[in-house]
Each structure stands twice: as structure tokens, then as C-alpha cells.
Design a protein around this ligand. Structure first.
Ligand code: AR6
Length: 179
């Protein structure tokens, strides 16, 4: 029997006590607004220090790819920074790139022995990805990934806004914690 599952909650991802939280970053890895701003604010300067080293080594992070740093002062041990696609009408591989973000983040989590991971709703803020389409891609990609590995025990989708939360709650694969 499969032991791993997908959890859906509303809240602030910076407060989550999981092995790794995912950041919706930009390719500079130098911080920004939205969830990126919140993660750097709460996590402190150790995260940006490591991002700078990654940039020096590989020159930032391309859309759909992911890199990992310390969690700094966050409850989470690590932060995976992934760069979502900017929505540009839907014919520019936005869906594939968004799926890549989820998949590459999960691969990196497994490589770093993380068993619990939390995602924000990547690209659905400043980057303008339609929330209904983004929810479908998130659930499909994560479900497929965890059906093929037992190394991840729990994936949490953390919604900051009601709209994302409602779209994600339509999927039977996604469970709300009780109590
Ligand atoms: N916890 C969880 N989710 C959050 C939080 C939080 N503390 N704060 C915001 N969100 P966005 P993007 C949600 O704009 O669209 C940045 O400036 C928010 O409600 O943060 O991928 C980067 O540096 C939304 O649903 O990320 C990039 O330049 C979701 O996080 C750019 O924005 C994503 O919104 C990336 O844009």
C-alpha cells in the first residue's frame, strides 16, 4: 500500500516545519516580492549567501530548473528555489515548464534525503499563470512523481489565497488535514 500523500493547507509557507520548502524564485536568485520576499525575510541572509555562490558557479537558474540552499532561520532545513514560467498566453511551453518546476524540485528533494516538502502555488502570482490550469499541473505532476517513489512521504500544497485553495481542493488526490 502506498504510504505517501498530498496535503492541502492554507497559510504562510515560511512557518512550515517540513524538511524543505520550495520558493517561487526568479532566474537571478537574488530575491524579489511575493513568496520569494517572504522566504528571504524570514530565513535571513544565509539563504542569499548561498544563492550568490550558486550564481557565481552556474549563473542563476533557468525557468523550470531548481537549486537548493540552506533554510537559514526557517523551520525548514532547506529551501529549493525554482523558477516558474511567466504566463504569456499558453503557447510558449508554460505548462511544460511549470511541470518541470514541480518535478525538478521533487528530484532535488529526494537527492537531499528530504521526506516532507511544501510547495507554494508557483507562477500564480506576479507571473500570471491561470490558477485553475496551474492547480491541475501541480496535482498531476506531483501525483505521478510520488506514485513512482516512496522516498517522499508527504507533499504539502500551501495556498496563500482562497482561489488557489479552492481549485486544488477539487482534486481527490489532495487531502485536507482533519482536526
Ligand atoms: N506563503 C505561501 N504562499 C505565498 C506567500 C507565503 N508567504 N506569499 C505569497 N504567496 P509569487 P510567481 C503565494 O508572485 O508568480 C517574485 O518577485 C501567492 O499568493 O510569489 O511565481 C519572484 O522573485 C501566489 O499564489 O510568485 C519572481 O520575480 C504564489 O505564492 C516572481 O515573484 C506565487 O506568487 C515569481 O512570480
Amino acid at each position: 500500500m502506498k504510504q505517501n500523500w498530498i496535503e492541502l493547507i492554507k497559510g504562510d509557507i515560511t512557518q512550515l516545519d517540513v524538511d524543505v520548502i520550495v520558493n517561487a524564485a526568479n532566474s537571478s536568485l537574488m530575491g524579489g516580492g511575493g513568496v520569494d520576499g517572504a522566504i528571504h525575510r524570514v530565513g535571513g541572509p544565509a539563504i542569499l549567501d548561498e544563492c550568490r555562490k550558486i550564481v557565481a558557479r552556474q549563473g542563476g537558474c533557468k525557468t523550470g530548473k531548481a537549486v537548493i540552499t540552506t533554510g537559514g532561520n526557517l523551520p525548514a532545513r532547506f529551501v529549493i528555489h525554482t523558477v516558474g514560467p511567466v504566463w504569456n498566453g499558453g503557447n510558449n511551453q508554460e505548462a511544460e515548464k511549470l511541470a518541470d518546476c514541480y518535478r525538478n524540485s521533487l528530484i532535488l528533494a529526494v537527492e537531499n534525503k528530504c521526506k516532507t516538502i511544501a510547495f507554494p502555488n508557483i507562477s500564480t502570482g506576479v507571473y500570471g499563470f491561470p490558477k485553475d490550469k496551474a492547480a491541475e499541473i501541480a496535482v498531476k505532476t506531483v501525483s505521478e512523481f510520488i506514485s513512482e517513489t516512496d522516498e517522499i512521504r508527504k507533499v504539502t500544497f500551501v495556498c496563500f489565497d482562497q482561489e488557489n485553495f479552492l481549485y486544488l481542493s477539487n482534486f481527490p488526490e489532495v487531502k485536507r488535514p482533519t482536526g
